[in-house]
Design a protein around this ligand. Structure first.
Ligand SMILES: [Zn+2]
Ligand SMILES: [Zn+2]
Length: 303
């Protein structure tokens, strides 16, 4: 190749690298705090009730993932407990009929012990207001030193100081742990996503997970997913963690609605590529959401 041809090619190559998404300069973990996800989650059933109400998984010493048993509720939602220096945040309270407050308190006490602390305020917020994510609220309200944000868009806006819903992104600091709160109505009117800068995890609620992505408001959902794509552009996304697993390990195949026993379920964690895939699908549907299965999730209009 002639040397004079090389220069424009190099410039193009550099430009392409600069525009690439969510990348790290070296394969060294991207500077995010590491953690471990289980290879598989505890299987509920086929005999119920054999397992505990919650499987509690330590991602790292400051992030715990609670998975509700299918024997308590077939939805088997995931709840997330994050610790900063000044506050703890519980995302969601589960589908109910469990001792969720006791399970959360046990984990907080263990954390306090480990960190030689006597107390830490707990904030309870929600990825959205559907029943399978808010049913433990009353129990949590009874815990000391605890604030429960009401699961309504207006209450979420007031608590986090979101003046321009849904286009504004605000930072919520747990104490040396900044979280970005991103309104994403569409699955439900008060849906939010949370980006944890410390671990690079994007908590996406029911808006993106390996399963059926129910869409209540098509245009709001499409705009929200586009905003999530824009927000994550250039950021390290270690995992996208949602609230359920309904997909099997077989491509395009899900467990039917109401399934308790899921011996071959998909892994929980998705990546930014799935977000891009979802966004592309919504753009192609152009406002008219139709049921459509993809390799790791299904788009599913609510009506
Ligand atoms: Zn939902
Ligand atoms: Zn749900």
């Amino acid at each position: 190749m002639l040397r004079e041809n090389l220069c424009p090619i190099l410039i193009l190559l550099l430009a392409a690298i600069c525009q690439a998404d969510a990348q790290a300069p070296q394969p060294n973990g991207g500077g995010v705090r590491a953690g471990v996800l289980p290879r598989t989650w505890q299987i509920s059933g086929p005999q119920c009730p054999a397992d505990p109400q919650f499987q509690v998984h330590e991602y790292n010493q400051d992030l715990y993932i609670f998975r509700e048993s299918g024997c308590s509720n077939y939805e088997k939602p995931f709840l997330y407990l994050l610790f900063g220096n000044e506050k703890a945040l519980l995302l969601d309270t589960g589908a109910g009929k469990t001792d969720v407050a006791r399970a959360v308190k046990k984990q907080i006490d263990q954390w306090l012990n480990r960190n030689h602390r006597t107390s830490i305020p707990l904030i309870v917020a929600h990825t959205h207001a559907h029943r399978d994510h808010i049913s433990g609220d009353e129990e949590l309200k009874a815990l000391p030193n605890t604030t429960v944000v009401e699961p309504r868009a207006s209450a979420v806006q007031t608590f986090f100081g979101l003046r321009n819903w849904p286009t504004e992104v605000v930072t919520f600091d747990l104490g040396n742990r900044a979280l970005d709160v991103i309104p994403i109505p569409g699955h439900e009117a008060s849906s939010i996503a949370i980006y944890d800068r410390q671990t690079g995890i994007l908590f996406a609620g029911d808006s993106l997970y390996p399963g059926r992505l129910y869409v209540e408001d098509a245009s709001a959902f499409a705009l929200s997913i586009q905003r999530l794509v824009d927000f994550t552009h250039g950021k390290i996304i270690a995992h996208v963690l949602g609230n359920h697993i309904e997909q099997t390990r077989t491509a395009y195949l899900d467990y039917p609605i109401g399934t308790v026993y899921q011996p071959d379920e998909h892994q929980l964690e998705l990546g930014r590529a799935h977000l891009l895939e979802l966004n592309e699908a919504l753009r192609e549907m152009n406002g008219k959401i139709v049921r459509m299965a993809f390799r790791d999730f299904t788009v599913w209009p609510e009506n």
